[in-house]
Design a protein around this ligand. Structure first.
Ligand code: SF4
Length: 371
């Protein structure tokens, strides 16, 4: 076994994370689910949702048979909704083409919707002792620091270097692959962290790699991996209609691709980029903007409706400000196209709704408050 792997496995025996519900699991369905959820969502958020998902969809076949709307509803709030759509699509393929059994080879797993190379290898290592390394962001950072890779990890040459190194480091004993893979994840998440790696701590500095780590020895820990300057987040604005009729609300289902794809939201205008936050209150609420999705037979009800102050929602690469007009109507005063539907307030909990829309509805006590 490489000395890198030896140190890591030993470290994990003493200091690895304990008690996470997906640790020590060998069932590929559960491993796959946790890996997909953890891709862009914090561990603390994933724990409850992972358990909820498993209680509702205990097997890959149960997930495959569920309506996509149920899956989206359970995913709502985790963000990056393409993951939920891919999860459902992948479950259907496993159920129909693989008889409900996950393939063991990473190359085959990697061809399924939403399963990237590193995730495929994680499933293969955890469940089938497959000897191939993962290379998520935590592992990239660890290997880049220990081996002093100073270039951008986004370039194909540095990326290839990382994959080659990662594969050379795996233990020869296949039976060690689950613990080694878990140790890689834990070490990157708790020791060789992006902003406060343990070797930079003045009080506790006991990294198992400090004698070998090139970045540490050369004082380059905080320079590796090379940070690419991010372009500033865009500001986009939209206007939305909260149309209420007694105990029902008019919602629009978004197309399956794109942001909030497949979720239910309020009828809205296209998101438009503005130069600064000073412009977010410049609303027009021209009725034509909502047509042909929604039209009103009684224009004065629309004109006199109250407009709420803009709300803000921050995405990774953009910030959305949306203003909302609250229109209370009789249902026969509204015509809408087939993308819209009247939904009873009591049924909202069963639909996939974007988090800011949930919050807005909660403020109107249409839905139970969400955090
Ligand atoms: S010495 Fe520092 S940079 Fe190197 S592996 Fe340890 S924590 Fe990471």
């Amino acid at each position: 076994m490489s000395s890198f792997a030896q140190k890591l496995v030993k470290w994990h025996q003493n200091y690895g994370r304990r008690g996470l519900p997906w640790q020590g699991v060998r069932d590929p369905y559960k491993v796959w689910l946790s890996e997909i959820m953890l891709q862009q969502t914090q561990v603390a958020t994933v724990i409850d949702r992972y358990q909820l998902f498993l209680s509702k969809f205990p097997t890959v076949n149960a997930l495959a048979q569920a309506p996509l709307d149920d899956v989206m509803a359970l995913w709502a709030g985790l963000g990056y909704y393409t993951r939920a759509r891919n999860l459902h699509a992948c479950a259907k393929i496993i159920a129909s083409e693989f008889n409900g059994k996950f393939p063991e080879e990473p190359e085959t797993l990697n061809k399924l919707p939403g399963i990237g190379k590193s995730t495929a290898r994680a499933i293969a290592a955890f469940c089938f002792n497959h000897s191939a390394s993962i290379l998520d962001a935590n592992v990239q950072r660890l290997i880049a620091r220990v081996y002093g890779i100073e270039g951008s990890l986004k370039t194909s040459s540095e990326n290839k270097k990382l994959w080659d190194l990662a594969d050379q480091l795996v233990p020869k004993e296949a039976a060690l692959m689950p613990i080694y893979t878990q140790a890689l994840m834990d070490f990157g998440a708790t020791v060789c962290k992006p902003t406060a790696p343990i070797c930079q701590n003045q009080v506790v500095n006991n990294c198992v790699y400090s004698a070998d780590c090139i970045a540490f020895k050369n004082g380059l820990v905080m320079q590796i991996p090379l940070k690419i300057k991010k372009s500033p987040s865009k500001i986009v604005v939209s206007e939305m209609l909260l149309i209420l009729s007694q105990d029902e609300i008019l919602l629009e289902k978004r197309p399956s691709s794109g942001i909030w794809g497949g979720l239910w939201t309020l009828p809205e205008t296209p998101w438009v980029e503005v130069k600064s936050e000073n412009e977010v209150s410049n609303t027009s609420f021209q009725l034509e903007q909502f047509q042909p999705v929604v039209t009103f037979t009684n224009q004065s009800i629309y004109d006199e409706a109250k407009i709420l102050a803009p709300l803000k929602h921050v995405f990774t690469h953009r910030t959305l400000y949306f203003s909302t007009k609250v229109v209370r109507v009789q249902k026969n005063m509204v015509k809408c196209n087939q993308s819209c539907d009247w939904v009873k307030k009591s049924d909202l909990g069963h639909l996939g709704l974007p988090t800011p829309i949930k919050k807005l509805l909660a403020d109107f006590q249409v839905l139970k408050r969400v955090d």
